[in-house]
Design a protein around this ligand. Structure first.
Ligand code: SF4
Ligand code: SF4
Length: 278
């Protein structure tokens, strides 16, 4: 993946690493000569929580939102489904930018909140390597050196990123799972679709949970089942736990005893497989 067209390798090699108390000077406001220029011809990767927030703000079904506003693709290693905002028209403008600025400002994606900062994480868990922030300086953006000085910590708080990071923690745990190195290349098209659905197409995932035999298979607390019907954040967190169980065998889901017994009775079956996602 890249940050605003810059490769990960270049970021690791050339960009000064910033910690929470490092400072930069920056101002972005309506009236600045470059206003909304950063909202065109740009690759904005959406996290699952970005999709959830935008879908809810626009009162759309997640499948409809994904179809209308996003493009999908895959990262390389591991091969993982990603969605990007679909830019529109000759100038490749964000579908949510207007004369007054961002029309979904209160629900704008993580990358839009974070700009002009980027964030990098070590690809594999490593006690000697930590995540860090870095400053993105682009010719088009005239906000650098203007206004007040911000520490990284202050910027993250001011832009409402903490909530996004908190809600993104279970997705991050999935993305950085150590087992990817062993099986990332081996995912089948059905598994990739399962990943896409559970990460981004939450309304479809909800139908899968409630309209398939899912709840006959997994033992989920009654209170949680109730929450999953209406609480999107709860459903997203649950989806990440189901993916960790299904892909890596993590003990994040409880299979019903009756299912275990039936499986153990069947010839040679030691571990139950997850029910199919469709
Ligand atoms: S979502 Fe808003 S801030 Fe982000 S690119 Fe679109 S218009 Fe700009
Ligand atoms: S280009 Fe920079 S200063 Fe101009 S609107 Fe975008 S973020 Fe703000």
């Amino acid at each position: 993946m890249s940050e605003n067209g810059v490769t990960r390798e270049k970021i690791l090699k050339d960009y000064p690493r910033m910690g929470p108390d490092d400072h930069f000077t920056f101002e972005c406001r309506p009236g600045v000569c470059c206003f909304t220029r950063c909202c065109q011809d740009v690759s904005i990767v959406l996290t699952p929580y970005d999709v959830l927030r935008l879908t809810r703000a626009l009162r759309m079904d997640s499948s409809e939102f994904l179809e209308k506003y996003t493009l999908s693709g895959f990262t390389e290693k591991p091969r993982f489904p990603v969605v990007l905002l679909k830019m529109q028209g000759e100038k490749k403008r964000c579908p949510f930018v207007g004369e007054e600025g961002c029309k979904v400002y209160g629900n704008r994606p993580w990358a839009c909140r974070m700009y002009p900062l980027g964030a990098a994480e070590p690809q594999n868990p490593n006690p000697d390597e930590h995540g860090f922030h870095f400053l993105i300086r682009e010719e088009l953006c005239k906000g650098h050196g203007e206004g007040r000085s911000w520490s990284v910590r202050e910027w993250v708080s001011d832009q409402g990123i903490e909530e996004y990071d908190m809600m993104g923690a279970s997705f991050k745990a999935l993305m950085l799972h150590p087992e990817w190195t062993k099986k990332g290349e081996a995912l089948t098209p059905a598994q990739l679709d399962m990943l896409y659905m559970a990460c981004y197409d939450l309304d479809r995932f909800r139908r899968f949970v409630f309209e398939s035999r899912f709840l006959e298979y997994f033992d989920v607390d009654e209170a949680r089942v109730e929450a999953l019907q209406t609480d999107d954040e709860e459903l997203l967190d649950f989806a990440m736990q189901w993916l960790r169980f299904s892909l890596f065998g993590d003990k994040t889901m409880r299979v019903r005893h009756s299912v275990m017994e039936a499986r153990q009775g069947a010839a040679g079956a030691e571990e139950p497989a997850a029910p199919p996602a469709r």
